[in-house]
Design a protein around this ligand. Sequence first.
Ligand SMILES: O=C(CO)[C@@H](O)[C@H](O)[C@H](O)[C@H](O)COP(=O)(O)O
Ligand SMILES: [Zn+2]
Length: 198
Amino acid sequence: MLEQRIQQQFFESADLKYQAADLLARPIADAVQAIVGCLTAGGKVLACGNGGSASDAQHFAAEFVGRFERERPGLAAISLTTDTSILTAVGNDYDFSQVFSKQVQALGQPGDVLVAMSTSGNSANVLAAVQAAHDREMTVVALTGRGGGKLKELLAETDVHICVPHDRTARIQEVHILSLHCMCDAIDTQLLGEQDHA
Ligand SMILES: O=C(CO)[C@@H](O)[C@H](O)[C@H](O)[C@H](O)COP(=O)(O)O
Ligand SMILES: [Zn+2]
């Protein structure tokens, strides 16, 4: 019984990934172009999100600064979810909704990219970070689900929206991490040339 339930989750995740391959290949490629353009012009990537998406922001930044699958010089990326002193000071002195936007205001430069993750598209601190990124003339790569929520409404035409066609947070997160890995792979390919995995 339990095994069936577990298998069901695998099937649901795999089905969604098949569906998303068609739908998301274009916006993921657009995100890669935006990030490669930013990095080659001397810019950097900032990443944010809550809960599981906070882990994804850190995971993504680690693959930039350290490496993904190939040796290359580190790429400029900072996760806005890691500094507990900043998070507690801003959360305590201002409001939790400002924990990311304050960092975007302090660190963001025109031409930088903000990777903003929210499965609901409705987390106030992620929405405020997107607004701060626009004020700083940054491009936003938004990873969402559930139709994109309020975040979708905030996006500019030059931004990129990777919206997973599902309602469950866990399933959406599983496609987000796959999308981030696709981006790492494609960015390395753009910077270093093709390499097979065979
Ligand atoms: O990982 C999970 C659920 O799978 C949770 O930690 C989840 O990320 C948290 O509830 C977040 O606060 C949800 O925020 P969001 O994705 O709607 O912006
Ligand atoms: Zn989770």
